[in-house]
Design a protein. Structure first.
Length: 173
């Protein structure tokens, strides 16, 4: 408690803490836990680290988060991309709070998303595309059609993600 009994005392350590430190802690936490999508996570951390560079963690409030959201939307980033970044920021701040590095965490509201998949190929259309592709892309295209996975999802697959004994591929989404 502070001297007036109105809350916790902000220490010099709280004053010096930067968002980049919290984001790096989050990155380490995800690596330790063996997060599957670490590459995607790392790419979403980059704009957060750049935007909040030189800022103090205690300055990350509703207004700072709103400004970040506006900057990313102005840069033509999708609502879904901005939301993934905001989720990481929220997680980093919460982790810092749990570890006693931050006294408070702002409420971070996400943008509404409407990323419903549209424009599906019928089997005949898919096969017409496959035969028009170079041989090295044909199996890739068939796999995408059969699983319904997006390009990034397929490209990020690793051998451990597929059960070779049963022939099961991961389900999309």
């Amino acid at each position: 408690m502070d001297r007036q009994g109105k809350g916790q005392l902000t220490t010099p350590a709280h004053e010096r803490l930067q968002p980049s430190t919290l984001l790096e802690d989050l990155e380490e936490n995800y690596k330790l836990r063996g997060l599957k999508s670490i590459a995607t996570t790392l790419s979403h951390l980059i704009p957060l680290k750049l935007h909040f560079r030189g800022c103090k963690a205690i300055e990350v409030d509703f207004r700072a988060v709103s400004k970040y959201t506006q900057v990313r939307l102005t840069a033509k980033k999708s609502d879904a991309t901005v939301n993934r970044e905001l989720e990481l920021l929220r997680r980093a701040l919460n982790l810092g709070h749990q570890r006693g590095l931050l006294l408070t965490v702002p409420k971070i509201e996400l943008l509404p998303e409407n990323n419903t998949r549209t424009g599906f190929f019928e089997r005949a259309e898919s096969e017409a595309l496959v035969v028009a592709l170079p041989v090295y892309l044909q199996d890739f295209c068939r796999f995408a059609y059969i699983t319904g996975m997006r390009l990034g999802e397929i490209k990020s697959l690793r051998l451990v993600d597929v059960d070779l004994r049963c022939g099961d591929a991961p389900t999309p989404g």
